[in-house]
Design a protein around this ligand. Structure first.
Ligand SMILES: NC(=O)c1ccc[n+]([C@@H]2O[C@H](COP(=O)([O-])OP(=O)(O)OC[C@H]3O[C@@H](n4cnc5c(N)ncnc54)[C@H](O)[C@@H]3O)[C@@H](O)[C@H]2O)c1
Length: 360
């Protein structure tokens, strides 16, 4: 990480609002970033992470909140983009008092920002936040929440993968294909189930042995390889990064035999320009925030009183959205990642313009 100080107006020049929240008694140090409310109130999770510096936390929250704007816009939701980070180690710092203090700061934004779970925060934490705040999603089912969002995230990734298969091979199915899944945690293991049910052969890797065992116990036909390098070097039709960000480096793209990349991980492109390298290698890349929006759709549904059926119906739309991204990419001769941005920006412009129609 660079050590030069961050100028929040420079780095976050497109952001509407950045709020620093400080409660020394509980140890709360949080930053809430609202990137855009063009389509509605900002929604995004709270990442609880031991950032090395405040600058690192600022950079992360600005990036993540911008990503949420595009994800919500492309998913067709009436929501803007926001995100929050709490600085510190959740294992030692997290407490009821800290979470409730955080809830009061979120409440002070009066509905411009809705929070949810992210790395380091869980539905039970959101239940605490909700004791002080009306603008919380991702609560436990017992508290009227949508519960684990990975269910519809995996379902959406599978829909995106079907759309990619149709675009490349003419049929919206993975039957007879070999799919490599890197990371079989919450999302990855649900994805494996969809793939097996569809008739695909699946190869997985995950350094966390219990996660691998859960998958192989349920689906003994799944093949396991030692690590991501081995998976990338395996003969695959589809590669699904479902672990960490920056999975698509120059080396990985050069090595891959897969013709499709479609997975759940956020920020898969390791650097700007790698989307062009993917295209040059003849790899169809399903943009991460397009196919992994099922979880956002799931928690956003809580705002209307959660219905799993309604949320799943909406997440089914990821198939058509991914198709539309590929079609635009072909028409405008740009990589799908660029096409996805254009579609999201177009929707923000179109809907924002409606505010010019005077009502009263
Ligand atoms: N959970 C959601 O609803 C959701 C929504 C959108 C995006 N995502 C993204 O999807 C990804 C997976 O999310 P999750 O909720 O399943 O997280 P998770 O922590 O449950 O699972 C991630 C898994 O990846 C494994 N892993 C770590 N390093 C690895 C490596 N080098 N190679 C292979 N596996 C590795 C971990 O052991 C873990 O089992 C994350 O990038 C997350 O940001 C998740």
């Amino acid at each position: 990480m660079p050590s030069t100080p961050v100028d929040v107006f420079e780095v976050g020049s497109a952001h509407e609002q950045v709020v620093f929240a400080n409660d020394p008694a509980s140890g709360l140090r949080a930053i809430i970033a609202i990137h855009s409310t063009a389509l509605g109130p900002a929604l995004g999770g709270t990442r609880f992470y031991p950032y090395a510096s405040t600058d690192d936390a600022v950079r992360d929250v600005l990036n993540l909140s911008r990503g949420m704007t595009y994800k919500a816009a492309l998913a067709g939701l009436d929501l803007g983009g926001g995100k929050a980070v709490i600085i510190g180690d959740p294992a030692t710092l997290k407490s009821e008092a800290l979470l409730r203090a955080y809830g009061r700061f979120v409440q002070s934004l009066n509905g411009r920002y809705f929070t949810a779970c992210d790395v380091g925060t869980y539905s039970e934490d959101m239940d605490h936040v909700a004791r002080e705040c009306d603008f919380v999603t991702g609560r436990t089912v017992a508290h009227g929440g949508a519960g684990d969002s990975s269910v519809l995230t995996a379902y959406g990734v599978f829909q995106g993968m079907r759309a990619a298969s149709e675009t490349l091979w003419g049929e919206p199915t993975l039957a007879g294909r070999t799919v490599g899944v890197a990371g079989v945690g919450k999302v990855g293991h649900h994805l494996v189930r969809h793939l097996i049910e569809d008739g695909a052969a699946v190869v997985v890797t995950d350094p966390h042995q219990p996660s691998v065992e859960r998958v192989t116990t349920e689906f003994p036909q799944v093949r396991v390889v030692a690590d991501t390098d081995a998976l990338v070097a395996t003969e695959l039709d589809v590669y699904a990064p479902c672990a960490l960000g920056s999975a698509l480096t120059d080396e990985v793209v050069e090595t891959l035999s897969a013709r499709i990349v479609c997975g759940a991980a956020n920020n898969q492109l390791a650097h700007p320009g790698i989307e062009k390298v993917l295209e040059e290698q003849g790899i169809l890349y399903a943009p991460d925030y397009c196919v992994n929006s099922g979880g956002l759709i799931q928690v956003a549904d809580e705002l209307e009183g959660f219905s799993f059926e309604r949320a799943q119906q909406r997440a089914s739309g990821i198939f058509d959205t991914t198709r539309a991204v590929f079609a635009l990419a072909r028409r405008e001769q740009v990589p799908p990642a660029v096409a996805a941005d254009r579609l999201a920006e177009q929707r923000m412009r179109d809907v924002d313009r409606l505010r010019g129609i005077h009502l009263r």
